[in-house]
Design a protein around this ligand. Structure first.
Ligand code: AMP
Length: 113
């Protein structure tokens, strides 16, 4: 999608510090981390948010969560991390391209704000 910043990260038009990439998934370090480990895991396909997912996305979702788990292992936080996907502005979504925040490295309170 032409104006989507995460699509531009996928294409390389906007630089990012990538932690992982394959044919359908990219993981990169958040530009404004809110935890010592803060990685974004996104599909290369433009999907606006989790509200737009359906049965047809099963394969890409499987890949996304496999990469989340791989990133947690590689960043030595597999024993304690949080996966967050904000949906809609009222929930804090600022980039309308599906992404999963992998957060770890500090105490994470519950419930989230
Ligand atoms: P959300 O607010 O849940 O939509 O998450 C979007 C995240 O993308 C925020 O944590 C931002 O800090 C992050 N972000 C925005 N632009 C970039 C960028 N160019 N590179 C890396 N992370 C970004």
């Amino acid at each position: 999608m032409a104006e989507c910043i995460f699509c531009k990260i996928v294409s390389g038009e906007i630089p990012s510090k990538k932690a992982y990439e394959d044919d359908c998934v990219v993981a990169f370090y958040d530009i404004a981390p809110v935890a010592p480990t803060h990685i974004l895991v996104i599909p290369k396909e433009h999907i606006p948010s989790a509200a737009d997912l359906g049965e047809g996305h099963a394969a890409v979702l499987g890949r996304l969560f496999a990469v989340v788990a791989q990133m947690a292992r590689e960043h030595h936080c597999a024993d304690g991390f949080r996966v967050v996907s904000n949906v809609g502005e009222s929930a804090g979504q600022s980039v309308p391209h599906l992404h999963f925040h992998l957060l770890s490295g500090r105490a994470l309170s519950w419930p989230p704000g």
